[in-house]
Ligand binder design. Structure first.
Ligand code: 5AD
Ligand code: SF4
Length: 422
């Protein structure tokens, strides 16, 4: 979501005649697009702001947008008095005001609108992987999560607007469409005629576009994984066989206290149905360890579920108490050393499964999408249908094919190596 927001902000500044620079000391405006999901991310923002303040031109405008802006509010100006603007995740379309009136402080952390999607100019050229936000905010209120506070209640965008943005992205260079939302599979929009559209309808529309070759979506909530969506994995070949569906914990008790009221049976049943619909599907998850009150037994249950599902490419985090959340006030906060121990154990296992999966890909051939050259310029980086990074040696002067079959020749935990298939 933040990557997408960043693109829109950059496109808007280009529209105002600005150019990108990598040098802070050259920049006329510096915008930190921020994440507040864990305390570490927020802390980094304020230390970065301190560095930027010292390195920037005196006349340069600087400020923050996104969830840290929303979370810290006017306190951000108190901590860094020379900040020029603080704009929440639904207000960054107001940035041009600071260009028109650089001497005034700009502050807006309001929620509830989708204006940012429509008020900003469309991007003239889409990246090959186009993110299409279809929904903003979240109604789930997991007790650890700051997102319902920073991004607000869930709003699904109009179906026609999502389709229009998808067509625009395809017409301007997108090959892969990634539908985005905090609770993307809960997408639901009812139009004036009373017709209700779901994510499966958006996938069908995107699949009809000839130049769109790959479709995916992130991030999914288990109870919203309805049969029409599962069916898509069986019937729509453009939908990639890869799904991020966070479980967070393998303990029913912990899930209840997280306010994620689904049963583990329901979760494993969905995975079972998905594997029947698409036998080559792979699943990834997010995990939180050390949630308040998590016992050794609870944590062992998380290990068991990881062993049962065999996730590839997961993200695991130590629980981080966040302002405005219920879990931050719960008793039985887990000491940092225990959180670290559990995280190391889970990560070791998840990494091993990922390595094994990558190795099992050797000698297989996948259709892969070009991401670009690597840092040395001697290799090309492709993405497999499972989002693995695959490195291919560049062939002399022939242009690199954008979507092509690649045979995997070697693998480790982090990436694959491959060669163009004959
Ligand atoms: N502490 C640790 N991890 C968190 N996440 C969300 N809130 C917290 C928190 N307070 C993780 C969840 C979510 C991912 C985006 O971030 O695993 O799926
Ligand atoms: Fe946060 Fe995701 Fe839970 Fe929504 S579903 S409250 S975004 S963790």
């Amino acid at each position: 979501m933040n990557v997408y927001d960043g693109w829109r902000i950059a496109a808007m500044l280009e529209h105002h005649g600005m150019q990108r620079t990598d040098e802070i000391s050259d920049a006329d405006i510096i915008i930190l697009n921020t994440c507040a999901v864990r305390a570490k991310a927020t802390d980094k923002v304020f230390s970065a702001l301190g560095r930027i303040r010292r390195a920037k031109k005196k006349s340069a405008l600087f400020g923050i947008v996104g969830c840290v802006a929303r979370e810290s509010g006017t306190d951000a100006f108190r901590r860094i008095p020379d900040l020029n603007f603080v704009l929440g995740p639904q207000s960054y379309h107001k940035l041009p005001q600071i260009l028109e009136n650089p001497d005034a402080k700009l502050f807006n952390i309001d929620l509830g609108g989708l204006e940012k999607f429509d008020e900003l100019p469309q991007m003239e050229k889409s990246p090959t992987v186009a993110y299409i936000p279809i929904q903003e905010g979240c109604n789930h209120v997991c007790t650890y999560c700051i997102v319902p506070y920073t991004r607000g209640r869930e709003i699904s965008r109009k179906f026609d607007d999502c389709v229009r943005d998808t067509i625009h992205a395809a017409n301007t260079g997108a090959i892969e469409i990634c539908f985005l939302g905090q609770n993307v599979n809960g997408y639901k929009y009812t139009d004036e005629n009373g017709t209700t559209y779901r994510l499966s309808d958006l996938i069908k529309q995107a699949a009809k576009i000839e130049s769109v070759k790959r479709i995916r979506f992130t991030s999914s909530y288990p109870t919203e994984m309805t049969d029409d969506l599962i069916e898509m994995f069986a019937t729509e070949p453009k939908l990639l066989p890869f799904l991020n569906m966070p479980i967070q914990s393998g303990s029913q008790n912990v899930l209840t206290r997280m306010n994620r009221p689904y049963s583990l049976e329901l979760y494993t049943d969905i995975i079972h149905k998905l594997r029947i619909a698409r036998p080559d599907i792979q699943i990834s998850s997010d995990f939180i360890v050390g949630f308040p009150g998590e016992s050794d037994k609870d944590f062992e249950q998380t290990m068991r579920i990881a062993e049962q599902i065999k996730y590839i490419n997961s993200y695991s985090f130590k629980y981080s108490p966040r302002p405005h959340t219920a879990a931050a006030l719960m008793p039985d906060q887990i000491p940092e050393n225990i959180k670290a121990e559990r995280l190391a154990k889970l990560d070791t296992y998840l990494n091993e499964v990922q390595r094994e999966f990558n190795i099992s890909c050797i000698d297989k051939t996948f259709e892969c999408l070009l991401e670009g050259p690597d840092k040395t310029g001697q290799h090309l980086i492709y993405r497999t249908p499972y989002m693995q990074q695959c490195i291919v040696t560049k062939s002399d002067n022939t242009p690199a094919p954008i979507l092509t079959k690649i045979t995997i020749t070697a693998a480790n935990k982090a990436s694959l190596r491959g060669k163009f298939a004959d």
